[in-house]
Design a protein around this ligand. Sequence first.
Ligand code: SF4
Length: 503
Amino acid sequence: MTAKLSLQAALADPAQLSVTWELVPGRGAREKAQEHLVRMAELAAKDARINAVTITDNPGGKSAITAYAMAVEAKRLGIDPLVHFTTKDKNRNALESELYALDRAGIENLLVMTGDYPVKGYAGNAKPVFDFDAVHALRLIVKMNDSAYTKLAPTHFFAGGVVSPFKSTEGETMAQYYKLHKKIVNGARFIITQLGYDARKFDELKKYVAISNLTVPLIGNIFILSLPVARLMNKNLIPGCVVTDSLVARLEEEAAHSNKRELQLERAAKQYAVLKGLQYEGVNIGGHGLDYNDVQYIMEKGEELSANWQDIAAAEFNYPQAGGFYFFEQDAATGLNTCQPVDRRQTGRGSSSLKQSMMDMVHEAAFDQKAPLYPVNKAVARYIDKSWLKKPFTLAEYTTKTITNECRFCGDCAMHELGFICPMSQCPKQQRNGACGGSRDGWCEVYPGKQKCIYVQMYENFKRHGKEERMKEKYMPPCNWDLHRTSSWLNYFNDRDYNNNKD
Ligand code: SF4
């Protein structure tokens, strides 16, 4: 029997398809979910083909036992955990504390995400934290790994991120891909896809990474889909997971069969075969109530079917979203993609907004370092900063920005970098480096049908001026809360804002 490889080694080995198995810790400490996780981890430890068990962190924004606690148990049982490390519930100091605990426990694999918006907890809805986004957390991990920030013994994390190619609009898709660049540049060493069942989209991501020279291993997500869960995903009740009407209809037909569970597992095995055929470096297998025997079947049947992957892709994973955007032209022969990007020159632009144009003009005249008024404004700001005018000036700025952008008084304003859309007031997750994975059809995860995702708006606005590529380039540091309730204009001209953040 071959020796079990670490996830990192398996992803680096071109002869291997790495396998991770997703286990959900569940709510409680001594309940069925935790006992199931321990039993399955024990079995996974004995199977050399399974490189790690993935352990989720409060999925759906609901409370559960910490991923850390169950990861320590899995590690003790002999299997490496891949811990979901989300930023939704903890501020930066709590994140750092957890990283020390994980490092001390010898846990290296982290899947870094922003996470689902928190929902109901004890005595009401939980407070959303979102002090960091996933890019900030990845960057912190890099700095802890090389001791640059902590000046302590280096940590040993192998951290990755998530991307969703399964978005229906151009703006959403490009926002995902632009953030992918930032994740990789800032430390993601592997990428796992969100849930979806469209082979052309899996192929699109693989080709996008290749043409963008992003050298990163990709792990495709395989989720065993039951009809009730498919209906929830179809109704957008599980953020970021895409199941089309036609796939739900297929599952409804299957529901009448006595062997529906076998059909679900067979679909997963076929997805394994397709991902292997597309040359993904790994698969992540998950699903409600999944047993070791199920995972074993998926791996074995998937290997058996993999020679025939192209026919399977065309016949079984052809679930495009109505009018959905694809980055590449379709390959008529395979139904997948050519390497030719679609012509986006005339698509995906927003309509011109007066507010936007005026803010651009003000910025270019007064705030930009090359602006004619910049030196004068800097001198005035220096004077105001030390005078009695500081308080009324601050209040005037706050009032103006409250009218134009529902200002939250963070004092570290980055709006001009973000198309004059404020992530603190307009994005429920306060994302400063790109879209989270939860949007659907261009709408925000938290306000579906009511508010467009700010990164879709931003893409459309930037595209009008041919500047959309900047969404993948500029890293935005986290807010410095030392500046909270101060004037961001004075902070900017007096060199105290995020531009001076040495992070
Ligand atoms: S605005 Fe976009 S990035 Fe922010 S929470 Fe909504 S979907 Fe996510």
